[in-house]
Write a protein that binds this ligand. Sequence first.
Ligand code: CMP
Length: 151
Amino acid sequence: MEKERTFVMIKPDAVQRGLVGEIISRFEKKGIKIVAMKMLKVDRELAEKHYAVHKGKPFFEPTVKYITSSPVIAMVLEGYNVIEMVRSMVGKTNPQEAAAGTIRGDYGQHIGRNIIHASDGKETAEYEINLWFKQEEICDYKRIDEVWLTE
Ligand code: CMP
């Protein structure tokens, strides 16, 4: 298993609905380490860069409008195989298709309000972490439970 970092954004709907603690708690309980976290109001420039691969698609404009509408929580999470692990905890993009027990499956109803974003691969994770965080905002530290999380 390889130690990785991934980028997660708790979207405006989840912040407005008071789901921040619940969502972060799921990652903490899984043993995933938070190495960076901040609340910010996303501007159009950041939103367009974040969703650059979707430019031109019909949902691009509504999605940019959605994530710039109200503050978000941005995080960098670290752990073994964390990119895939977080994606499976988040569930399918469309909350209608996301399994119960996943964050989108449990808290979302509509693809246009899908609660959370998580990087979908290694390259994306690197791009998104560098886009959202400065190197000095990411904390390198050991959690006391780390020895109990892997064999
Ligand atoms: P996210 O995982 O952040 O990546 C792209 C986002 O675009 C997605 O979650 C949704 O918030 C939004 N979106 C809206 N409609 C669609 C769609 N039809 N397909 C994919 N993403 C969509």
